[in-house]
Write a protein that binds this ligand. Structure first.
Ligand code: BT5
Length: 340
């Protein structure tokens, strides 16, 4: 794993501030307090990370127009949350922001801590699956939460995060983002984001939870072919233009904070309505893989705790606490709806 040094970060910040203008080797060396050879080595590091740096023999170096780059020094000023997103850790490259956040949480990092990475070398989904995100195009981040809730409420944090994310995409981009229970955000029935929640608990209450979110923001068609388990898309592909990832993340954290507070103060039922409104699967025929079993039927809702209620062909009601919806058919015929 390559963790960029403070010098690499500072160099990136100078190049970003130059707004695609050139900065000479001697000027950068003076700013950074290192030799010109060291500047050259740091430039190679940035290139290895995927940043498009142009080198000119006389003018020096500049960051070419490329991916929309996160400017870590600016981001905290854009946050309008009360507690979510602070403290803020930014990695140019790391294995997984969830792994970083778990480690920080074990070391005592507070409720609200945010860990963002431009590039993950081992981004993960559920069940040891992989999460792919080219550098600078998606958003990959994790939040440390220390809610006063019992461990069985942890899956609700995934659902609540999904609701906040769908809400933010809807309001910021006017796109009908929907939730594929429990952790996927779809736009036009294609996956635009995924959530991975990991927890460490004490006897009867959550010690901490790490909510990891991966969002396809500015990925183009070539980055979305997969192969993925479900068709993929990005916000930019659906919206029709590059998006400002930092502005979006700042707004998203506000939407998440409101919902995490509501969950803590009023309970999950206060969020149920929004979750059902944003559901991609409510009323649809689905196939669910759950604990080694395959269940097919029509989704008729969520329980008060957030489990999925599926009416099977026999009219029986199955309550599913954890699983993966592998197929969704929206033109479902009428089925008897048992009460459960
Ligand atoms: C998820 O798992 O969708 C949860 C993804 C969470 C990723 C974030 S990024 C920040 C934080 N740090 C981490 O290390 N992880 C979290 P799941 O429902 O199991 O879906 C995983 C599957 O989605 C993979 O097996 C692929 O088929 C597919 N996939 C991978 N990358 C994708 C992408 N960019 N867009 C759409 N689908 C993708």
């Amino acid at each position: 794993m390559t963790v960029p040094s403070d010098t690499t970060r500072s160099l990136l910040a100078y190049l970003q501030q130059a707004d695609q203008g050139f900065l000479s080797g001697p000027v950068l060396a003076a700013h950074l307090g290192v030799s010109r050879t060291a500047v050259w080595k740091q430039i190679r590091k940035l290139e290895a990370l995927g940043y498009p740096v142009e080198t000119h023999p006389r003018k020096g170096y500049r960051l070419r127009a490329g991916p929309d780059l996160f400017v870590p020094s600016e981001f905290p000023d854009r946050l309008v949350t009360r507690w979510l997103g602070r403290p803020f850790y930014h990695f140019l490259e790391t294995g997984s922001t969830n792994a970083e956040a778990l480690q920080l949480a074990r070391g005592g990092a507070p409720h609200g801590t945010l860990v963002v990475a431009e590039k993950q070398t081992a981004g993960r989904g559920r069940l040891d699956r992989k999460w792919h995100s080219p550098i600078g195009q998606g958003l990959t981040f994790s939040l440390i939460l220390r809610p006063n809730l019992p461990p069985r409420a942890a899956p609700q944090l995934t659902l609540v995060a999904a609701s906040g994310l769908a809400h933010c995409i809807r309001h910021r981009f006017d796109l009908a983002a929907r939730i594929k229970w429990p952790n996927d955000i779809l736009i036009h029935h294609k996956k635009a984001a995924g959530i991975l929640t990991e927890m460490e608990s004490e006897a009867d209450r959550i010690g901490f939870v790490v909510v990891g979110i991966g969002i396809n923001c500015n990925q183009g068609a070539a980055d979305l072919v997969g192969p993925f388990r479900y068709p993929a898309t990005s916000i930019a592909a659906e919206w029709g233009g590059q998006i400002d990832r930092q502005g979006f993340l700042a707004e998203l954290l506000t939407d998440l904070e409101v919902r995490f507070e509501l969950l803590q103060q009023q309970g999950f039922s206060a969020l149920l309505r929004e979750l059902q409104d944003y559901s991609d699967v409510l009323g649809a025929q689905v196939v669910v893989e759950s604990m080694g079993k395959t269940i097919a039927g029509k989704v008729i809702g969520l329980t008060e705790e957030g489990a999925l209620k599926v009416a099977t062909r026999t009219g029986a009601c199955q309550v599913i606490w954890a699983g993966d919806i592998t197929r969704v058919t929206h033109d479902s015929q009428h089925l008897p709806e048992p009460s459960c």
